[in-house]
Structure formats: structure tokens, C-alpha cells
Write a new protein. Structure first.
Lengths: 221, 221
């Protein structure tokens, strides 16, 4: 992850990342569960927004969660401690220079990370080498270009487009969600299966209006 | 449905509607099942693309399937006969002048119909009066504005926009999917729940590349 991480490292942003993770947790993580004794690399754990969920849902797996930012790792460690997790080890490391042996992990987990990299394909190739034969990778990414509204709003689309451009200028790609299949195939993974997840919000779901539309998406844009 | 039904009544279009129904059948209908003995009004059955699926999935329910087009009803009846259905009655009728008593049905089913009406809210109010207290309505509609691609294609978006405009000129609304919640609430339905369904296609799913991208969506546009 470059110094130009588009969301920045502000405490209020950390709060937003946790609101996002809390609201979307079932949608994103309900089918991620790792077997007893398996070893999982979480690449780009940031402030640990997903780490706590992951590790709680698979209490008998061992997690190695890395991030390029020392501050984020420190924050993630505090959150994991507060949650009483004992199955996560944190380490500061660059995704392109990870201090692990080939085939060291049973599984790799990546969430909202590739969108911030200028070389997502290389990152996937690096991660693939760390996976044992028969291991799995789970990649979760967004796609801001998939957003639509009723009533429609040119202003909202324009604001989102600004975010897309800013992220592109920072070397990332806010539209990477739609590209996961070809990226994973090109990185050499087989049996690639993409399962789209749509966040749908209307006023019958006030928790999502608040947790997603206001505190996650609008706050990010 | 007006005379300006945007998809037309050409035989090749009937084929496309059946390709569409076949490809999307699980996505759209897997959770629609009616109890033994219940009476269901299918409003706007067209050439019966959904009728056969519906009636087969709920063999002990009785269906009344109506459409404004006599030709479509004739075609739907042929298809139902070929499928050996005995629980469907077809009748030609305008959705705004349905020949049924108030509260005559336990359930109403509407699929890809409101998008073609200039007064979808009125249609829903009409249908609501035909439902007994405690009955349900299932409404399935698309939203062409939700389409996106990788690689992205300005030409594809422009072509879709033409379809959106043509449908609007014919009095319809190709973006009605996103509007179902407020429409249903305004029509007086309670406990409205919208469940978004995304058709996702990549080259690991050749049946969908052919059945949906080519034969359904591209063929329609």
C-alpha cells in the first residue's frame, strides 16, 4: 500500500472503517470460516476492522495479520486485545515483501486492499506463492461504479466520480470489484468463483440507512 | 400495457423472453412457492415465460394469468398445454380493468410488467384491491441503470441509455427496479421487503454468457 492510501489515516476514518465492517459483516463474512488448526494470512489488515470478525468466526484457526502501516498495526492490536483474541499475530510488512516462506499458509484473506494498489496483479501473484497447494484465497473488494439511487442524483454520481479519480491518482482503482475474476485467473488461481454482494438500502432498514449510507458510503465519499 | 410495449411482439422476441426466463429462473423464482389451494393472480403474464415456472413450482395452487394481448395469451396457453399444466387459467384483460371481485386472490404475482406502464402506482392500487386481507404481492422488476462492465464500455452504456429513453417514450420506466420500495409503500402495502438480485456473469459461467449476456440482455438492447 502506497503512502497515498486514499482514505488516509485519520482517527475519524478509523471509526468509519469500523462502522463499515460492523454494518456489512454478515453480507461480507457470513461464508468465511476456517477449519481448526488452519493458518490464515490476512494481507492488509489495516486497523483490524475485519480481523476481529474473522478471528472470532474461526476461533480454532491461527491468523497472521499484516499491514504496511505501523500505526494501523498498533491500532489493530489494541482492538484485538480488547476483543480478547488469542489466535491473531500482527506484523508490520509490505505486501510486496512479506517475510514468509513459500506455501506457508493454508488460506489468504484480502479485503478492501487490492483497490489501493497500483500493481494488484503482482500482489496476487505474491500471495499465491505463500499458499500451500490446495489452499484458498478470499478476496473482497468494492466497486464504486456499481452505485445507483432513487431518486437518481447527478450530484451524488459526480461526487463518487471524484472519489474514483482521487483513488486512481493515488495509484488505486475504485472499480476493481468487477475485475476480480480476470485478475485472479491471470494471477494463476484456478476454480475462481466470484459471488457478487449488493448492499441494498431503503427506509425499511434504518440501521443500514445510518450504518451504511450515512456512516460508511457517504462518509467515505 | 399500452400498444407501445417496448419489446414488441415479434416471434424472435418471444424466444428471447423464454431464454431470459430459463436463465434467470433460479435467481428470480427460487423463493416463490404458493401453498396448496391458494389462488394466485399473475398480472401481465405475456407469452407465459414465467407462468410455466410458477405453476410447476406450486402445483397445488391455482393460477389466473392475464395479459392485455390476445396473441400473447394464445401463445401462453399453448406453452402451458405443452408443459401439461392443469392449474392455470388464462384470460385476456387490461390490468386497469380486471374482471375480478375485490379480495378475490390470496396472492398476486407481477414480473417485468410495471416497467412498461405509465401508471405503475395505479396498477399496484388496482392489484391491492384484488388481494384478500393478509395476502401477498410479489413484484419482480429490472433496472437497466444498474448495469456495469469490465472492461467498461461507453458504447454499451450509450446503447442501454437508448433503451431507457425508448422505454420512457413508450410510457415505461426501465429504471423502476430501484423504485419498488417507495411505489409499494405508496400503494398502501405494508411489510414491504425488497430483495435485490444481481445477475453476475464472467467467463467461468458460459451458460450465463450465452443465456443472459448474449441471448437476454444484448438481444433486448
Amino acid at each position: 500500500m502506497s503512502d497515498k492510501y486514499v482514505h488516509g489515516y485519520h482517527p475519524r476514518e478509523n471509526e468509519r472503517l469500523h462502522d463499515q465492517a460492523g454494518t456489512l459483516v454478515d453480507l461480507l463474512h457470513s461464508d468465511t470460516k476456517y477449519a481448526r488448526g488452519s493458518s490464515v494470512l490476512e494481507a492488509g489488515c489495516g486497523v483490524g476492522a475485519q480481523t476481529v470478525t474473522l478471528a472470532q468466526r474461526s476461533p480454532d484457526a491461527r491468523f497472521m495479520s499484516v499491514d504496511v502501516s505501523a500505526d494501523s498495526i498498533a491500532e489493530a492490536r489494541r482492538r484485538a486485545d480488547r476483543a480478547g483474541l488469542t489466535n491473531v499475530e500482527f506484523r508490520r510488512a509490505d505486501i510486496f515483501a512479506l517475510p514468509f516462506n513459500a506455501e506457508a499458509f493454508d488460506h489468504v484473506f484480502v479485503c478492501f486492499v487490492l483497490e489501493h494498489l497500483s500493481r494488484p496483479l503482482e500482489a496476487l501473484a505474491v500471495l499465491k506463492r505463500l499458499l500451500r497447494a490446495g489452499g484458498t484465497i478470499t478476496v473482497i473488494e468494492g466497486d464504486h461504479g456499481s452505485t445507483y439511487f432513487h431518486p437518481d442524483s447527478l450530484e451524488a454520481h459526480a461526487a463518487i466520480q471524484c472519489q474514483v479519480m482521487l483513488q486512481r491518482e493515488a495509484g488505486g482503482n475504485a472499480l476493481i470489484g468487477r475485475q476480480l475474476y480476470p485478475l485472479l485467473v491471470e494471477a494463476g488461481f484456478d476454480a475462481v468463483r466470484v459471488i457478487p454482494r449488493m448492499v441494498y438500502v431503503d427506509s425499511s432498514r434504518p440501521d443500514l440507512v445510518d450504518g451504511f449510507t450515512r456512516k460508511t458510503f457517504t462518509a467515505m465519499i
